[in-house]
Design a protein around this ligand. Structure first.
Ligand code: EPU
Length: 293
């Protein structure tokens, strides 16, 4: 009998994280839970708190580098249908945290609702995109969100208006919560225009980024006024390898898993990049990806 059996929750033990990250890298997580609804999530949180087990929330795993070592924590993934809902009310859409961004775009396009097209091609969930304020240089999800319903690590649910959330470049004050859902404001538009805009964003992404091997997208944040990719490129690091990991030849801020890469291979490349950029440009790069150790 496991300590969580009373909850009747979907659970796994020693779950390999490489199965749940787009990098396809990571050791095992001691516990892996997929609550069926908000009540199960609340009960789980209070049980984990009582047992003092650290919690990590997982979305699509597209911005995470999990260490090769096993992680002594409980991963919570909001992947049940309850957390993937999408409800329209006029030009507002309420989207579940676990909903993939492309699903949100598809549903909005069908309704002739525009405004989120810039998220096309970002391989994340609504919750993940909000936590890290995903987007492009010019626009981010903060621009279209109206409110976010969250649950804190004590199980308290609240709805935060946009004005109560601090959004910055690739981060937000939402990281201290588990996101349940968000209301996003869209606007009526011709369906063909929406489809065209989505296609344009996808093309732009395909042309500039490297989607040929598993990765976690851009590894470093852009330092103010600079592009991390350009700085790494100017250091001549494209194509540099460590074990199964390789700096992309197409976009130098992408590290690719060219086959059985370990987290230690990626860390070695990140260290090398950090040192080279610091010595050549006197600029300190900060990781954009989340590192789970
Ligand atoms: N560049 C190079 N060499 C490279 C890569 C880029 O010279 O190897 C130059 C480009 O030619 C361009 C400039 O650097 O002049 C900027 O490159 P890009 O347009 O690809 O944008 P970015 O700043 O590298 C940012 C985000 C991306 C987002 C794009 C789209 C960050 C760290 N990256 O990339 O986000 O998709 O803008 O606007 O903010 C991600 O979060 O994972 C991500 C990929």
């Amino acid at each position: 009998m496991n300590w969580w059996n009373g909850l009747k929750i979907k659970a796994r033990e020693r779950e390999p994280l490489r199965k749940h990250t787009t990098f396809k890298i990571g050791g095992r997580a001691e516990y892996f839970f997929e609550p069926g609804d908000a009540d199960e999530l609340k009960s789980l949180l209070s049980l984990l708190k009582r047992r003092k087990i650290p919690i990590l929330a997982l979305g699509a795993g597209s911005n995470i580098l999990a260490s090769d070592k096993d992680i002594d924590a409980a991963i919570i993934r909001l992947s049940s249908p309850y957390f993937k809902g999408v409800k329209f009310k006029g030009s507002f859409v309420e989207a579940g945290s676990g909903l993939m961004l492309n699903q949100l775009l598809l549903a909005s396009k069908r309704r002739g609702l525009s405004g989120a097209e810039f998220l096309a091609g970002i391989p994340g969930t609504v919750g993940g995109a909000l936590i890290m304020n995903a987007g492009l240089k010019e626009e981010s999800i903060a621009d279209i969100v109206e409110s976010v319903t969250v649950i804190d690590y004590n199980g308290g649910v609240k709805t935060l208006p946009k004005t109560g959330i601090k959004f910055e470049y690739r981060q937000s004050s939402l990281s201290k919560y588990i996101i349940v859902s968000a209301v996003i404001k869209l606007a009526k538009k011709d369906k063909r225009d929406i489809a065209d805009r989505i296609a344009q964003y996808l093309t732009r992404r395909r042309l500039s980024q490297d989607l040929s091997y598993p990765s976690a997208g851009c590894v470093f944040k852009n330092p103010r006024g600079y592009s991390a990719g350009q700085l790494i490129d100017l250091c001549g690091l494209k194509g540099r390898r460590s074990g199964g990991a390789c700096v992309s030849r197409r976009h130098a801020n992408f590290i690719l898993n060219k086959g059985n890469a370990k987290a230690k291979d990626v860390f070695a490349l990140m260290d090398l990049i950090g040192k080279e950029v610091r010595s050549k440009f006197k600029i300190k790069l900060e990781p954009e990806i989340k590192i789970w150790r």
